[in-house]
Design a protein. Structure first.
Length: 210
């Protein structure tokens, strides 16, 4: 039974982050470990003793809530960022995130996002990507000040081209084949599916920002 649950995988290898650990599967055969299939018996409530599913109650001493997160767009939308004319980023991204190189959004001058949607993000070494993004933004601000420029933002047509390139790159991988992946935002009810964590080839930002 335990092996059947663990092997019920609905996606190809690497479409989700693989469990790279020592004795991961062997852990479930320990006498003090119980594997519960929440797809078959979802959690109903927390009880005084522990956790109740639709089939049973499990007494627990400690509960660690690992419920996932709203990747890429969640924190940005919760800040209620407003652009030109008071337009909310939440409304602009209602059908999914759109930007250029994961850096900027049309209508939101001087808004820079680091490892934002459409950037390498979680599919690369993030500290290195963050450093590269921060360095570029700092150089951009320095250049603008030197030229007496007050604002910069992406062009709408550049965002369209970038989103298309990201989607094209993603379609050649196994990532879109995962039915329930936080990479695609599928862990958030009602969130439009989108390949947040990919980008295409490197490009010169200065040519498509204004």
């Amino acid at each position: 039974m335990t092996a059947a649950i663990l092997s019920d995988i609905d996606h190809p290898y690497a479409a989700k982050r693989p469990p790279i650990d020592t004795d991961y599967f062997e852990t479930y055969n320990r006498p003090n470990v119980t594997l519960v299939d929440l797809k078959a018996a979802p959690v109903e409530r927390i009880s005084p003793l522990g956790v109740c599913t639709t089939q049973a109650e499990y007494p627990l001493d400690i509960i660690v809530f690992a419920t996932g997160f709203d990747a890429m767009t969640g924190p940005m939308l919760q800040m209620d960022i407003r652009g030109r004319g008071g337009v909310a980023l939440r409304d602009v991204w209602k059908a999914g995130p759109r930007n250029y190189l994961g850096h900027q959004v049309a209508g939101f001058p001087n808004l820079f996002t680091i490892t934002g949607p459409g950037s390498p993000s979680v599919l690369c070494n993030m500290p290195v990507a963050i450093e590269q993004h921060a360095d570029w933004i700092a150089d951009c601000i320095k250049h603008m000040r030197g030229k007496g420029l007050e604002r910069i933002e992406a062009r709408p047509d550049s965002m369209d081209k970038w989103v298309a390139e990201v989607n094209e790159a993603a379609s050649k991988t196994v990532l879109p084949m995962a039915k329930h992946s936080w990479y695609l935002g599928a862990n958030i009810p009602g969130k439009p599916p989108s390949v947040h964590a990919l980008r295409g080839r490197d490009g010169a930002i200065s040519g498509d920002l204004r």
